[in-house]
Structures are given as C-alpha cells and as structure tokens.
Design a protein around this ligand. Sequence first.
Ligand code: AMP
Length: 542
Amino acid sequence: MHGLMQDWPLLCHRIIDHAAMIHGGREVVTRSVEGPIHRTTYSEIRQRSLQVAQRLDRDGIKLGDRVATIAWNTWRHLEAWYGIMGIGAICHTVNPRLFPEQIAWIINHAEDRMVMTDLTFVPILEKIASQLPSVERFIILTDAAHMPQTTLKNAVAYEEWIAEADGNFQWKTFDENTAAAMCYTSGTTGDPKGVLYSHRSNVLHALMANNGDALGTTTKDTMLPVVPLFHANSWGIAFSAPSMGTKLVMPGPKLDGASVYELLSTEKVTHTAGVPTVWLMLLQYMEKEKKTLPDLRMVVCGGSAMPRAMIKAFTDMGIEARHAWGMTEMSPLGTTCSLQPQFTSLPREKQLDVLQTQGFPPFMVEMKITDDAGKELPRDGKTFGRLKVRGPAVAGRYFRVDSDILDEDGYFDTGDVATLDGYGYMRITDRSKDVIKSGGEWISSIDLENLAVGHPKVAEAAVIGVYHPKWDERPLLIVQLKPDATCTRDEILQFMDGKIAKWWMPDDIVFVEAIPHTATGKILKTALRDQFSNYRLPTAAA
Ligand code: AMP
C-alpha cells in the first residue's frame, strides 16, 4: 500500500523559491570580479535565475544538456547555477585551476553546449576554444561596460544576455532523479571522472549539510564559502544557505588572507568554510597584523586533514574549528566533527584529540571499513582499513564510464584508509596510495604531517614514502617554513621525537620554498614523489 501524501519532487530550484518567498530580503554580498562589493538579495537572485532559465530555453538548451560554468563564487554564478538547473539542464562546474588541456578534456567529455565564465578566465579559454567543438556560445559573467574584446564564439556579456528575458517564466517540471549538476574529480590518477548529481541527491545533501553537527546555519547566521562552487558544490553551501535563509558572502576571486579577513570582518560573518591552505593564509595574516574576528563562530575545514595546530589556533580565539571530510563523489559531505556530549567535559588536550578526527556522518551517510578482501573490520578506533560509503548523495557510477564502482552491498570505496570508533567518529589515516609501507607495516603520512606543522616554525609539511633497500619505503618529511623562519632538521626531529612510535620517525627532512598543491588545494604528492624519486635517504646505506 502506498502512503497518501503529496508527490512533491525534490527539485533544486525549489530551494531558491523558498529562499525568495520566506527570506527574500536576506543579502548575498559579493566581492565582484570587477572589484567593487556588490549587494543583492535572495529575491533578486531568484528573479534573475528565472531570466537565465528563460534565456537558456530561448537559446535551445534542453533537458539533460550540459552548460559549463568556469567561475568564482559570485552572485552571478549563483543565478546561473539555479537558472541552468531550473530547466533541467546540467550545471557543470569546471575547476579553472586545472591545466588548460584538462579543462578542454573535461568540457569535451561532458559535451558542454555553453560556457559561462568570468573575465579572469577569458584568456585561458581563448587558447583552448578551437579544441571545444561542442561549445556553441560563451557567456561572460560581466556587464557591457566591462566586456572585453574576445575571439570566443558568440561571446556576450551576461547582463546583456539576461536583459533580453523578462523573467516571466515557469521553472520546468521533471522527475526528482533528473541530473542537475556535474563535477569532475581532479584526476590525480588517470582521466578525471564525471560525478553526476541529481536534483534529489542535491536536495537531500542540503538537508544533511543543515544538520546542527554539520554546517548547521540559520536565518541569524552569515556564511562565507571560501570553498568554490566548482569544488564539489561548495560543499553544498549554495543549496544549504538559501534553504535556511542564511546570509551569504561570496569572496569572488580574492582568497588571500587579507581579502578573506576583510570580508569576514566587515560583513560580520559567523560561519565560513574552506581548505586548510586558505586558513593557513588567514591565520598568518591575523597573527602578523594582530587582528581578531569577534563575530566568527565556526570555521569548517576540509578537503585535506586539518592540523591540530590550526584547530588550536582557532579554538584559542573562541572560534569552533569544525573538521569535515568528504569527496566529490559524496556531494561532498561525509563526516563533520563536533563534540558529542560524552566528550564535552574532557580536558582540553583530549578534546583536541577528538576534534582532530574527521568526525561522524550525518543521517544518510553509511560507512564501513574493510580489509583488501572486502571483509568488514571492527569499529574499535584502532584497526584501519579501506573506507567505504553509501547513501542517497553518493555516486553510483561515473558519467559515461561503464564499469561498476560499488561492492555487492552497494558501498563505494573512497580510496581513503581510516579507523571508525564506537561513537561513529572516523579518522583518516591516509589516502590508500599515500600510506607509507615500511617493512610490511603502514605509516600514516597524515599523522606525521599534522605533527610536523605543530612546530611553531613550520608553515606546511608533506610526507612521502621514499625507496629504502631494507624497509621498501621510509618516510621523507618535506617542510615549508613560515616566512622569515630559520630552522634545522634536528630541531624538527627533536620536536617530533617521543610523540610518535620510534619507527614512524622520518628518515630525513628536506626544506622547500613552497609545497605544491592540486587544483583543489590538496598537497600534490605525485609532484613531490617525482621530485624526490631519486632521493637517497641517509639511512639507506645502513
Ligand atoms: P575531492 O573529491 O577533491 O574533494 O577529494 C576527496 C579526498 O580528499 C578524500 O577522499 C580525502 O582523501 C581527502 N580529504 C577530504 N577531506 C579530508 C579531511 N578532512 N582529512 C583528510 N583528507 C581529506
């Protein structure tokens, strides 16, 4: 027997309808690509998203067609986002930090019919435009006054393009399982893979993000997503904030410490989210300039492990540092770390131990760890194994790839190695390909990196496995010092000594000017492995 409730498909544009109807006057503030601060509201965003939808419809964009955006976090990007999805087309957010050849590969694989882009990326696109046969038109997210001379096909300024529509338009209706958006994984191994989100998965994911132990913002809060819309849906914030009527502050192209600080401070931001490198820049800026952020209550940090020193730095300022873990394939939230009641009376250092884990999953994310043969391992907080996940916002397969990516119970292998404990807390030990295999035992590169960045002179640290004749692999610690700091190898080794098992100690330390990062801000271990492929450890002769 079926229930007798209404059929109300979970469609993404219903979120902006709700925001406009109930929280219509709430602001969306942007540092525009052109420079000035721009202010609008959810009500205006909805109206202009309808203009986008109407205009796309007139240009012949149909259900299932892909429209790419290569753009910073701005109000125009948000309008394009809802406008594209609102006619059943697929909003394909492309990461502009990828190499131009990768961008071309992704656009061709997705067969995007249109590209909406910021002024910043016009020169890159001009270089690859001849290799993009599916793209019929480029919309430049600017007004007529700032429109550059460009060779891009049928290029038009966004403001002029939407002005040709009056917004008197109805969203299209379709099944909630219709594709809404897509995002390619960064493809550090092999070709990038397309993750195709549905309206239903995005709406359910927004509800997960709204969980009080996750992002949990309300009408009283202001959220600044430093994490870009092109990095796994800005971790759901472009849906969750409007769904809750939370004021949004969009940082546009400027993500350096001073610029992010300025917006956090002047807009009285209460919640913000981004990768550790962004927070590193912010903390360095605040330390140097002796700045404070009295309104900021929560910094959500994910994409890479949040070092203990960073959690401490924020909590010392009275700001909650909320560690988050997830991946493009999970829409992306998998876990977030808040203190469950059994931990709230623990001494501070013990609480930090908990806060350093990646946290526990919200309802609708299921997790298990297994060995290589697929046998489930105990949730004892010690045993580590392959982390596998399932849920309504987890990928079931990749776009245009036939192979199956789930195990027989419907779980997706994340490629991460982790422990789970009895309270549901998950701790990432490593990426399965980054773990250091020393004499058949595993050493967690993340644990060593976290420890090394606890040294006051260390800005960032990376650990890779380097060939060793006796142990197969041993850890090499690569360190980027804070600006103007000087430090010796022995100083850092002494600092680490006694805090980890002896056999986990790095066999050597090298200092570099800068640690390389991927397009989504993770340490680029493949580049470091190449750079140090012939590195001879001092212990190798022994
Ligand atoms: P992406 O799909 O680009 O977001 O990358 C997902 C991967 O980033 C995960 O599978 C993890 O390896 C890594 N990652 C994300 N968040 C964290 C975190 N909090 N700690 C450690 N690794 C993380």
